[in-house]
Write a new protein. Structure first.
Length: 95
């Protein structure tokens, strides 16, 4: 997997609905922090830690991740791993 493939992965994430409510056009929420003022003009390995969350749930998740996961009975890192595995299988099938 190459960092340049981050663009394709981010598009893949955007094609999904929010993991909590299913709303379309989700934010791409980085589970691994990019950092304040992070360079957004290039793709980063952190892009592969993105999950789709609507604006409401994205904001709520940043308040307290543990409470968020407990409230919605979701493990965000497991969901991220599942999405990444699906994308990798999809990419392999295109070759």
């Amino acid at each position: 997997m190459k960092i340049e493939e981050g663009k394709d992965y981010l598009q893949y994430i955007s094609s999904h609905g929010c993991l909590v409510c299913g709303r379309s056009n989700p934010d791409r929420d980085h589970l691994e922090t990019v950092g304040m003022g992070g360079r957004r003009d290039r793709y980063l390995w952190e892009d592969f830690t993105c999950i789709p969350l609507c604006r409401i749930h994205h904001t709520e998740r940043h308040t307290n991740m543990k409470k968020f996961e407990d409230k919605y009975r979701i493990n965000l890192w497991k969901e991220q791993s599942r999405l990444l595995r699906r994308w990798l299988r999809y990419e392999q099938g295109k070759e």
